[in-house]
Design a protein around this ligand. Structure first.
Ligand SMILES: C[S@@+](CC[C@H](N)C(=O)[O-])C[C@H]1O[C@@H](n2cnc3c(N)ncnc32)[C@H](O)[C@@H]1O
Length: 283
């Protein structure tokens, strides 16, 4: 019997389940779309559409890569974040759902009618800053990354999203050399303790850039460097919001409080994990 869209989707899903992939249904659909050149709507509205042997072979090739635990975002070259599609390569961290909470906090802080200067430290693909700029048409931003290759991807995403004229991208080591001040400072820095990296899921440990993961011995190196620079970077009524890893909200809050910042209760993600640390200058 010849393959159809739905039978091929089921085959791929079973293969991914057997390989230990944790989102086999979604990933199988994404690989089917990319390999067979069909849309999500085609799969839903015309599931019994026959597929050619070329389409089967193309989907099989992508499935083999996913079975080897390469992230689906690297295989298809993109990731949906918030309401936008970001180009993603092995040079940038694949944007994560929990990072959308940083965007949520940022949007609460930025009034839609206010001109605002936003800084994103460790911009990667641009997921945080470009999403904020898309949602706040009067905001403009500077994005910093140590990785030149990541900046190339961020520039591509800025262009694709029509935001290139409101963003400036600079290579740098956290806040070094930044002379401007900002209404809002955002960061999702590397926060995994170095020794924990080999134990992460293969998608992360083998394929994500080490520079995007490694937070030093206790995972907090980047926060120390960034918080040290906050007093000179933040405007008088400025706010900062940082994503943190599990168990890090308390120490990161303490680091910022020790510099005299007034800290909010950390914002929790959907799993109830304190995920975003927010602070501002004392009045
Ligand atoms: C966890 S990733 C976050 C990427 C993106 N902001 C996101 O949320 O998806 C951290 C980023 O910080 C960058 N980075 C690491 N060390 C840095 C440093 N010393 N100075 C500037 N950026 C750095 C990495 O290259 C990476 O793009």
């Amino acid at each position: 019997m010849s393959e159809t869209l739905v039978s091929l989707w089921t085959d791929v899903r079973r293969r991914l389940e057997a390989a230990g992939v944790d989102s086999p249904v979604l990933d199988a659909r994404l690989l089917l779309e990319a390999g067979a050149g069909v849309s999500r709507l085609d799969i839903i509205t015309d599931p019994r559409r026959p597929v050619t042997s070329e389409q089967v072979a193309a989907v099989d090739a992508l499935t083999r890569r996913r079975e080897a635990r390469e992230p689906v975002s690297h295989i298809i070259g993109q990731r949906h974040f918030w309401t936008l599609d970001f180009h993603v390569t092995p040079d940038v961290l694949t944007p994560r759902p929990e990072t959308e909470f940083v965007v949520e906090v940022a949007l609460k802080e930025l009034h839609p009618n206010k001109v605002a200067d936003v800084l994103d430290l460790g911009i990667g693909s641009g997921a945080i800053l470009l999403t904020v700029l898309k949602e706040r048409p009067l905001a403009r931003g500077i994005g910093i990354d140590k990785s030149e290759r990541a900046l190339t991807i961020a520039a591509m995403n800025a262009q694709n999203l029509g935001l290139a004229d409101r963003i400036e991208l600079r290579q740098g080591d956290w806040a070094e050399g930044i002379s401007e001040t900002f209404d809002l400072i955002l960061s999702n820095p590397p926060y995994i303790a170095s020794a924990d990296i080999p134990g992460l899921a293969p998608e992360v440990a083998r394929y994500e850039p080490r520079l995007a993961l490694d937070g030093g011995a206790d995972g907090l190196d980047a926060y120390r460097a960034i918080i040290d620079a906050l007093p000179r970077l933040l405007k008088p009524d400025g706010v900062f919001a940082f994503e943190v890893g599990q168990g890090q909200a308390e120490p990161v809050t303490a680091l910022a409080a020790a510099k005299g910042f007034v800290m909010e209760q950390p914002h929790r993600d959907l799993a109830g994990i304190p995920r975003v640390v927010v602070g501002r200058r004392a009045a």
